[in-house]
Design a protein around this ligand. Structure first.
Ligand code: FAD
Length: 452
């Protein structure tokens, strides 16, 4: 019998912690897991899942409009926020219960409490209990970051946005990352007046420049009032909303203000500094390829390590950790060539290097097509899709794929397999086109638009 209460204690019941706990238990470990808020974590409760459901909700007016163009007698008569919220809440309750059920069935003992570390083998819970464990996994995720400025207490973040009782008539969204842009599309689609401020020159920093420009233009064409190079100076509560003064001189009153100005690792107040766990400047827990910290019994996975902050990555890291420590098969999570999607309207799907990154690494060919797809053309839209391949001129490997258009998230999952397998441009070309689709363009682009 081990000297410890548990073989593994997991702090955080989100994507990474739940996967790690379940797999460790399936390998025979005695596992405890503490969650201070709701089981499922950010992704399930206040991230990917509710967001995607809101993306769906916000897309219907456009589809009904298209239906009318195709001959249907169809009209949209307003969105019932209360009805949607009730369904959303019920769905999140169902998912949370499913997570709890899965943990129970795996034999993981769950504790509804906040946990902090007391020493390399001990956690203390907010309900007064303490447990010892041979290994401790910190999977506490991230939290929204709001800068300090006069009136910053008036804003909401992605933590609160899913809990709004009413649909705002107008909203200011501050930030240019994927979460800010996704919410701009959501509220715009639902019929809220959306203004977005971003202090940089273009939204979606880090993505391919051409794709960023394409998404930003389309968002504006759909009605988002985007102000680039613009920041909030000051805000104040007034009778009919929140008065905002911007760095470009603009003054306006908004119903609500949403800040999506980045996230920080959720590592403060966990007792990590006290026991000497090494952390980076942003508060991220430093780990090696096996998610082990400098204290051998303490591991960390997911957003708290600030490697690639996506749900599937946290899940893979958690799984690899459990296999390594409890399954007898040491393995690392693979962070190379991670496909991802931004659920803006239109969607952006991406894998591999951007044109800007690739041209710094060697000679490349860029294949790019931008066109009005059949479905939209018929419905009378001006919006174009973008299909872009970055090809290494020497090895012919496809280094990056960037797609903007309907279902780009679905498409990039499949393109990601080809890129991960090391497909060359010629592999793409010898693949027969699927006609008539948008994606056939990926295998029919013959001439590079530029080389670099
Ligand atoms: P989390 O899922 O954040 O889980 C951490 C858990 O730990 C939380 O439940 C928290 O309550 C708990 N906790 C924290 N401290 C303690 C403590 N001391 N004691 C006990 N419990 C504690 N990713 C995608 O892949 N696709 C998307 O479309 C996507 N959309 C997103 C949209 C939004 C609005 C946000 C905010 C995020 C989105 N993400 C998306 C990112 C994704 O949600 C995260 O990468 C993922 O949830 C990270 O998992 P994790 O296990 O590291 O942490």
């Amino acid at each position: 019998m081990s000297q410890f209460d548990y073989d593994l204690f997991v702090i955080g019941g989100g994507s990474g912690g739940v996967r790690a706990g379940r797999i460790a238990a399936e390998h025979g470990a005695r596992v405890g897991l503490a969650e201070e808020y709701r089981m499922g974590g950010t992704c399930v409760i206040r991230g990917c899942v509710p967001k995607k459901l809101m993306v769906y909700a916000s897309g219907y007016p456009g589809q009904v409009h298209d239906a009318a163009a195709y001959g249907w007698d169809a009209e949209v008569h307003g969105f019932n926020w209360t009805k949607f919220r009730a369904k959303l809440d019920a769905e999140l309750d169902r998912l949370e219960a499913a997570y709890r059920g899965n943990l129970d069935r795996s034999g993981v003992v769950t504790h509804n409490a906040r946990a902090v570390l007391k020493d390399p083998h001990m956690v203390e819970l907010s309900d007064g209990q303490s447990f010892t464990a041979a290994h401790i996994l910190v999977a506490t995720g991230g939290r929204p970051f709001v800068p300090d400025f006069p009136g910053s207490d008036l804003v909401m973040t992605s933590n609160e946005v899913f809990k709004l009782d009413q649909q705002p008539e107008s909203i200011l969204i501050v930030g240019g990352g994927y979460i800010a842009c996704e919410f701009a599309g959501i509220f715009n689609g639902l019929g809220t007046e959306v203004t977005q401020f971003y202090r940089g020159a273009q939204v979606l920093r880090g993505f391919d420049d051409e794709a960023r420009g394409h998404v930003a233009d389309a968002m504006q064409a759909r009605g988002v009032e985007l102000h680039l190079g613009c920041n909030v100076m000051e805000m104040r509560q007034v009778e009919d909303g929140i008065w905002v003064k911007a760095s470009n001189g603009m003054e306006q009153v908004f119903d609500k203000v949403l800040y999506a100005t980045g996230r920080k690792p959720n590592s403060a107040g966990l007792g990590l500094e006290e026991i000497g766990v090494e952390m980076g400047r942003n508060g991220e827990i430093k780990v090696d390829d096996y998610s082990q910290t400098n204290i051998p019994s303490i591991f960390a996975v997911g957003d708290v390590t600030d490697r690639v902050n996506l749900t599937p990555v946290a899940i893979r890291e958690g799984h690899a950790f459990a296999d390594t420590v409890f399954g007898g098969t040491p393995r690392k999570a693979d962070h190379d060539l991670i496909p991802s999607a931004v659920f803006t309207q239109p969607e952006l799907g991406t894998v591999g290097l951007t044109e800007e990154q690739a041209r710094d690494e060697g000679p490349i060919e860029v294949y790019c097509a931008s066109f009005r797809p059949m479905q939209a053309l018929f419905a009378g839209h001006e919006e174009r899709v973008l299909m872009k391949l970055i090809v290494c001129a020497d090895t012919r490997k496809v280094l990056g794929v960037h797609l903007v258009g309907d279902h780009a998230g679905e498409l990039i999952q499949l393109a990601g397999i080809a890129v991960k397998m090391g497909a060359t441009k010629e592999d793409f070309d010898r693949t027969m086109a699927v006609h008539p689709t948008m994606a056939e363009e990926l295998v029919t682009m013959k001439t590079p638009v530029r080389t670099a």
